[in-house]
Design a binder for this molecule. Structure first.
Ligand SMILES: [Zn+2]
Length: 432
């Protein structure tokens, strides 16, 4: 007799456990599971209790990531990832939805295959995804992927001046050895991550679930226009070298650039006009007084796109525009790169399986890129075939106590994500 999977999977239990965790590790201002704090350790201890009845091997790796392993016929492993840590005053779903859905899937697989699934299944709770305390996100996963910049990380300090290596020592992690965690990926054959969308795309389309194509590449620059300070009363308009005027022209220009680079054929769907995004997030002027023409104006530009060459073109367009506006205004311009990361496209075959799982669960799927970075980006970077599934966020808001998702959507996402896990196990078997 073939028993349907739903006999074992209990998505309502996941929702109940999310509420339990919220009560345990949150307060009236939201979730307080900041990495390397007591509350985080308490939440992690609670997680271990949740899986106590399952025949799992549990250990912390050299970077403090916790691995829950259900051994299978094959050493080849399906990985499911998430993070129990949150930002201060965070939401109740970010990170822990993925972990608790993973727990429910482990239960289902263990029951269905009577403790011996065809491939090994591993849940990982990444350490310090958010980087809330030391300002550097994806700590555990970037250590594991081998991409953590050790020199930069060694010098990171929190607001009390405590160094990252010292905070790690408190929780039993030797900073100099964190990259030893890389060996955990040895038999990794696929990596799956479920996450709340943290944006409004699925909400606007009125769809509960989406398949994620990858994480955006990011170009982050400071652009400084240099003019000349001059008296605001005595300097005729046509004689000014106004650094602010040139900088201000960049503001409408970035909307034109974002529009020009859309639509990307792989992403464009109904309701999604822009495939990339550009943001001028700050503007400072010197001398910054009401009676002077602006001598120096510094703006920051953040550009993101899933397609590498398109992102390069967006950056070039912005550079060209800044040169043009500087020339028009008789000022000069200089650029400084603040940060850059390449796009991380996910695995095409796993994206297709993810869409299949979504369609079987709720009829319609949607493909979308991820603006925020996730641990999945690091795992993909390490060469493990990866995909993410997004579930709709109410208000399109995250990193805030008002972060929320309809309970029926939470249940749907656990069901769809479980189907994806089953399909991925079959996919791993076929490939090996
Ligand atoms: Zn997250």
């Amino acid at each position: 007799m073939i028993v349907p999977m739903s006999t074992w999977l209990n998505p309502k239990r996941t929702v109940a456990e999310l509420k339990e965790l919220r009560a345990l590790a949150g307060d009236e201002n939201g979730a307080q599971r900041v990495a390397f704090t007591r509350t985080w350790l308490k939440a992690r201890e609670w997680l271990r209790q949740k899986v106590a009845g399952l025949p799992l091997e549990i250990h912390n790796d050299a970077a403090g990531n916790t691995w829950f392993t259900l051994r299978g016929e094959s050493k080849k492993a399906l990985l499911i990832g998430g993070h129990i840590d949150s930002v201060p005053n965070g939401g109740w779903l970010d990170g822990c939805l993925n972990v608790l859905a993973g727990v429910e899937i482990l239960r289902r697989i263990n029951d269905q295959y009577e403790g011996n699934p065809p491939v090994t299944v591993r849940l990982v709770d990444w350490a310090d995804e958010e980087g809330a305390r030391f300002g550097k996100s994806l700590f555990g996963s970037s250590a594991c992927s081998g991409n953590l910049d050790m020199n930069e990380a060694r010098d990171l300090k929190d607001k009390d001046g405590i160094r990252l290596p010292d905070a790690l020592k408190e929780v039993g992690v030797d900073f100099e050895r964190v990259k030893d965690s890389g060996k955990e990926l040895q038999n990794a054959a696929a990596y799956l991550e479920l996450h709340i969308e943290q944006g409004p795309v699925l909400l606007d389309l009125d769809l509960p679930l989406g398949a994620v194509l990858g994480t955006f590449g990011v170009e982050r620059h400071a652009i400084t226009f240099h003019g000349q300070a001059a008296h605001s009363g005595s300097t005729p308009m046509n004689r000014r070298k106004d650094a602010f005027l040139a900088a201000a022209k960049m503001s409408p220009e970035i909307y034109r650039i974002a529009e020009r680079c859309a639509p990307d054929k792989s992403v464009s769907q109904v309701g999604q006009r822009f495939a990339g995004v550009c943001t001028i997030g700050s503007c400072t002027t010197k001398p910054g007084i009401v009676t002077s023409v602006v001598e120096e104006c510094r703006i920051t530009l953040d550009q993101r796109h899933l397609n590498g060459p398109v992102l390069k073109q967006m950056l070039k367009d912005a550079r060209d525009a800044s040169d043009r506006f500087a020339k028009e205004g008789h000022v000069t311009v200089s650029w400084e790169r603040l940060w850059q990361i390449d796009p991380r496209p996910f695995d095409d075959e796993l994206i297709a399986l993810c869409e299949e799982a979504i369609r079987e669960t709720c009829g319609q799927s949607h493909r979308l890129p991820s603006g925020p970075l996730h641990d999945a980006a690091e795992v993909a970077r390490a060469g493990v075939p990866t995909v993410m599934m997004f579930v709709q966020s109410l208000h399109g808001i995250s990193h805030n106590k008002i972060e929320d998702t309809k309970e029926e959507h939470l249940e749907l996402c656990v069901t769809a994500f479980d189907k994806l896990a089953e399909k991925a196990m079959g996919w791993i078997q076929k490939k090996s």
